[in-house]
Design a protein around this ligand. Structure first.
Ligand code: SAH
Length: 538
């Protein structure tokens, strides 16, 4: 009879989160070897196998016993909670085998069966705190010198890893978690989200959301995993979430707004990417290549020095504020289309070398500024008399220049619309065109909502399709609206759209679907021939 070692991770502890193969493997075994509490957890899955259960600290003897039994021809299941390869029995079993000169091909067969480790099960219960580069650190200094554990916490904290602390505390080991917190606070904000999960997927499961500063005020024990967020982790509605990337975009409306999926991979959204850094410092010849290698080596050495505590030690490590991209639109005025030289200088100053200034078709310049202080940017732009607006699914007013201000009668209405509605968040971006005479040369009738001032009153156009091969102007729905009524009327239309449109539904689609907005009736002007839909770039 040939023996076999089945090293099984049975997951967090309930029957639903154990893998099919792990269940089979338990059934296949003659003997189950494990820590008593663990054996109890999986008892329901056994069918008369011999059980050898030992105490917590007898891991090495468990591994030795397992190997001995397998060598005698038995099929032996060695069980670990979570994954057997994560602070579990897998390594120990191999260590015992290696010591005996075991060879994979000729020795007893070994199968390691993966399980859901605490980092995964606890993360799932908290929300999505792992998501980005993460590491596990065990605070148990039974088998590892505390000095090394300290170095690892220091390194992980400094490198902004999400950290799952295993074995954070036991009856006797109570200081480790206190020391760990101290180290973490050197690099991370006291408000850094922390999740404490005790006995995930077991009867006594308990979940606590706290932060780095307060985490020790809560119960932490042998069965707790402590998950420390990175510098962008946040709490939302009792969930702990780490964004997939560091990209956080500020707009004027929302302090924090993740990029939309299709924007994520754009080059300008990744100023920190290696390729982009190379763009700034192009490597042109061998000397430069050599220099860059040396810089890399120097950096690596410096990092190593910091971690080993040699040289100047930690004194020059500073907390790096995470820079974000602040995105906004600027224009010289609602009607005014002229930039002053001083405004241009201000733009160049606030955008800096790393930012982007983009001339757009929307009567504004779009700015993407790498900064950790968006408020200061806003202040500087305001001081330079810019009109600043958010970007995204918001309302913007696109007025003409009113013949360089000569046809000025309706300017104040355009400005009032901008003040009252500009930047309003909507299901989809919405542009209101306002033109000061019947020539409408700035194309108000081609915007979602168009206003044309003529003979002392406004004509109203609704539902232009602004782009695509089936683009069309808006339908004229009213002529001669008294100026004092126009702002209220447009506001009513926008409110109705905001309340009733589907997410991402453009105004013209909404108008077509609901057929009537504020009493204005939609007329079908679909062309007689069918126009094939074309996706972007085709
Ligand atoms: N092999 C296991 C880890 C064993 S070390 C795994 O992969 O999950 C023991 C530590 O694991 C505990 O101190 C605790 O930090 C963590 N742990 C294991 N099971 C857990 C559970 N159900 N809930 C929370 N933490 C758990």
């Amino acid at each position: 009879m040939i023996g076999k070692l089945l090293v099984i991770g049975f997951g967090p502890g309930d029957a639903k989160h154990i893998t099919e193969r792990a269940k089979e493997a338990l059934q296949e075994s003659d003997i189950i070897i494990g820590y008593k509490t663990y054996v109890d957890l999986i008892k329901g899955l056994l069918s008369g196998q011999q059980i050898i259960s030992t105490g917590m600290t007898e891991e090495v003897s468990r591994a030795q016993e397992a190997v001995k039994q397998a060598e005698q021809g038995k099929k032996v299941a060695v069980i670990s909670s979570g994954d057997a390869g994560v602070y579990g029995m897998a390594g120990l079993v191999y260590e015992v085998l290696v010591e005996k000169g075991w060879k994979k091909d000729s020795g007893v067969e070994v199968e390691v069966i993966p399980g859901i480790s605490a980092i995964n099960s606890c993360a799932a219960l908290l929300g999505a705190p792992i998501m980005h580069d993460a590491c596990t650190i065990s605070l148990s200094d039974h088998l590892t010198p505390w000095e090394l554990i300290e170095k690892r916490i220091e390194a992980a904290a400094q490198a902004d890893f999400v950290i799952a602390l295993y074995n954070p505390k036991s009856g006797r080991r109570t200081r480790q978690i206190v020391e760990a917190q101290k180290i973490l606070l050197k690099y991370r904000s006291p408000e850094t989200p922390v999740g404490l999960v005790k006995s995930a997927y077991r009867d006594s499961q308990n979940i606590v959301m706290t932060n780095l500063q307060d985490m020790l005020d809560h119960e932490i024990g042998m069965l707790t995993t402590v998950i420390i967020g990175n510098s962008s982790t946040f709490f939302y509605d009792d969930l702990m979430i780490t964004p997939r990337g560091y990209q956080r975009k500020y707009t004027l409306n929302q302090a924090v707004q993740p990029l939309k999926p299709h924007q994520r991979l754009q080059k300008e959204a990744e100023p920190w990417a290696l390729e982009q850094i190379d763009d700034v410092k192009p490597i042109r010849n061998d000397d430069a290549v050599q220099a860059s290698k040396e810089t890399a080596k120097q950096l690596a050495e410096e990092a190593l020095q910091m971690i080993t505590g040699a040289g100047e030690g930690f004194s020059h490590i500073v907390k790096q504020p995470i820079q974000t991209i602040f995105e906004l639109a600027v224009s010289p005025g609602v009607a005014n289309k002229k930039f002053t030289p001083k405004q241009m200088l201000t733009l160049s100053e606030v955008v800096g070398e790393e930012g982007v200034m983009e001339y757009t078709q929307d009567h504004y310049i779009k700015l993407q500024i790498v900064t950790s202080q968006p408020d200061e940017i806003v202040q500087k732009l305001e001081e330079a008399n810019f009109i600043i607006s958010p970007i995204g699914d918001v309302l913007s007013v696109k007025a003409c220049d009113f013949c360089d201000g000569e046809k000025k009668d309706s300017i104040s209405y355009a400005e009032e619309l901008h003040e009252r509605l500009g930047g309003m968040e909507l299901p989809k971006e919405l542009k209101i065109g306002v033109n000061g005479c019947g020539m409408a040369c700035y194309g108000a009738v081609k915007e979602d909502i168009g206003l044309v001032y003529r003979k002392g009153a406004f004509d109203l156009f609704l539902g232009a399709k602004t782009a695509g091969r089936s683009a069309h102007s808006g339908q004229i729905v009213a002529e001669g609206i008294a100026p004092e009524k126009i702002v209220g009327l447009v506001e009513g239309i926008v409110q109705e759209y905001k309340e009733k449109a589907y997410p991402n539904e453009r105004f013209y689609k909404f108008f077509k679907r609901v057929k009537q907005v504020k009493g204005f009736i939609y007329q079908d002007i679909t062309p007689k021939i069918k126009i094939e839909a074309a996706v972007c770039g085709e």
